[in-house]
Design a protein around this ligand. Sequence first.
Ligand SMILES: Nc1ncnc2c1ncn2[C@@H]1O[C@H](COP(=O)(O)OP(=O)(O)O)[C@@H](O)[C@H]1O
Ligand SMILES: [Mg+2]
Length: 203
Amino acid sequence: MIDGFAEPKGATPLDPDEIEGLRFRHVTTRAQLDQLEQANIEEGLLWLARRRKADILTEQFMKQLHRRLFGHVWRWAGTFRLTEKNIGVDPVQISIQLKMLLDDAAYWVEHQTFAPVEAALRFHHRLVWVHPFPNGNGRHARVAADTFLTERFGHAPIDWAGGHDLQRTSIRRNAYIAALRAADAGNYDPLLDFATASTPHRG
Ligand SMILES: Nc1ncnc2c1ncn2[C@@H]1O[C@H](COP(=O)(O)OP(=O)(O)O)[C@@H](O)[C@H]1O
Ligand SMILES: [Mg+2]
């Protein structure tokens, strides 16, 4: 490892045990790692589109999705984090907090508590707030939120990147992280603005 996989703002650094889980020994830079992960994610998205449709609001599906998105790169893909991060609940709380979120999300669908895009954004924010996995939480939770939006509401997915690369530091990423921080404090307006600036609101 040469550059310590220098992280963009708002990303969680990996600890040495987690780096041990890298399946590619030759990887030395963040750029190489990004590329391997991106290839894996694209395969995972194909799986997601082609799979036999079943309930997505389960712990099993959340883990399976993470494994499909990152399992060729990381041995721990699809397993919950064991270490504390600067974001996220205590590792022993992950399972219970995730269950509460999945139950809440099912309730929001059933009772039409929020318009579809707002429900998906709340789902996304709560999922990254739990931070179930050692890494890949942002990407996993964006795919999970889009799957929630498309499969539970029949709504178009969110245009998260808006023409940028959300994994890299950019105006778009800064707006995204700032909006999540506002949501941490209970204000979802910036996240709604972020998503609806580029996503047609059909709610
Ligand atoms: N203050 C915050 N509140 C909630 N979520 C956050 C906050 N800061 C960052 N995040 C989320 O955490 C993600 C970074 O976690 P990480 O596991 O490294 O995901 P990835 O590897 O997909 O970028 C960000 O993309 C964002 O979704
Ligand atoms: Mg990361």
